[in-house]
Ligand binder design. Structure first.
Ligand code: HEM
Length: 248
């Protein structure tokens, strides 16, 4: 299980966590990006959806009535970590020590070191729009070939991997992504999830995706859009669970 606290909870406790803030309002984003900040985010992990539901009920009983459930999303891994469009997701994630450096706060003091800052967005795909594109247009949206997963030699500036190339930011903007597809009846998409040592790298990527740097919007928006957006702070782990010393 991964626990994430929104800035509202931390504020209500009368403390502050350096770098923790609400998901940004981006008034000039093209297209517009919803900010739907909530108090708590709990990511339950397991193989059996029934067990996950029942674990969720137990947790809800523990925190009721202080917290009320706003949303629950069933997400899962698809094939070898693919988005439902068929493209492999996570290829350029930093690995091993580089992943820890990118995703885990260090040198910030006891109670903060070992924690992580998570950005969570639920994206809704428009499959008829995606399916109406030619295979080449679909590849151009991502900047990668779906079958080989190779980066395209001539990827357009609007392609997703050109928008988000982590080493192209100043400072470099590395995060560890662990996004997962979701399905609810006929609707489906991706729960985008990125862990960082702060929110800054993710936010720089999101701003470039929405035209803030050069007016070019990410081609992904041709067939998908975010419904939600939240930031939360995931406390470090201690021997008996989450280490909440930073909250006093
Ligand atoms: C529905 C939404 C999204 C889909 C389907 C998607 C899918 C993908 C895919 C297929 C790749 C190429 C393989 C890889 O390196 O993982 C990729 C790369 C990447 N995406 Fe996304 N993504 C989405 C949203 C986002 C958002 C919102 C951000 C951050 C604001 C983001 C950040 C990145 C980064 C940093 C990379 C690696 C770029 C590089 O360094 O080469 N993605 N994404």
């Amino acid at each position: 299980m991964v626990l994430g606290l929104g800035v509202g909870v931390v504020d209500a406790l009368g403390v502050s966590i350096q770098g923790l803030r609400a998901f940004p309002e981006l008034p000039t984003a093209k297209p517009s990006i919803p900010s739907t900040q909530h108090a708590l985010w709990i990511w339950l992990r397991g193989d059996d959806p029934g067990d996950l539901l029942l674990r969720g009920h137990k947790l809800q009983a523990l925190i009721d009535p202080e917290f009320t459930l706003v949303q629950a999303i069933d997400s899962f891994l698809h094939r070898d970590s693919r988005d439902l469009t068929g493209y492999e997701d996570g290829t350029e994630n930093p690995k091993d020590a580089a992943a820890i450096e990118a995703a885990v706060a260090q040198g910030k003091g006891t109670g903060i070191d070992g924690s992580s800052f998570a950005a969570v967005q639920q994206w809704l795909h428009d499959f008829p729009k995606f399916d109406a594109m030619s295979h080449a247009e679909q590849n151009d949206c991502f900047g990668r070939d779906r079958d080989s997963n190779e980066e395209l030699d001539e990827a357009p500036d609007s392609s997703h991997v050109k928008r988000t190339a982590q080493e192209d930011f100043e400072p470099e903007a590395f995060v560890v992504r662990r996004s997962m597809p979701w399905v609810a009846g006929a609707e489906a998409g991706l729960v985008f999830l990125a862990f960082g040592k702060s929110f800054d790298a993710y936010e720089a990527q999101l701003r470039r995706m929405t035209g803030h740097d050069d007016g070019i919007s990410d081609a992904l928006f041709r067939f998908t859009r975010p419904l939600t957006g939240g930031y939360c702070w995931c406390p470090p782990i201690a021997d008996n669970g989450a280490d909440l010393t930073a909250l006093g």
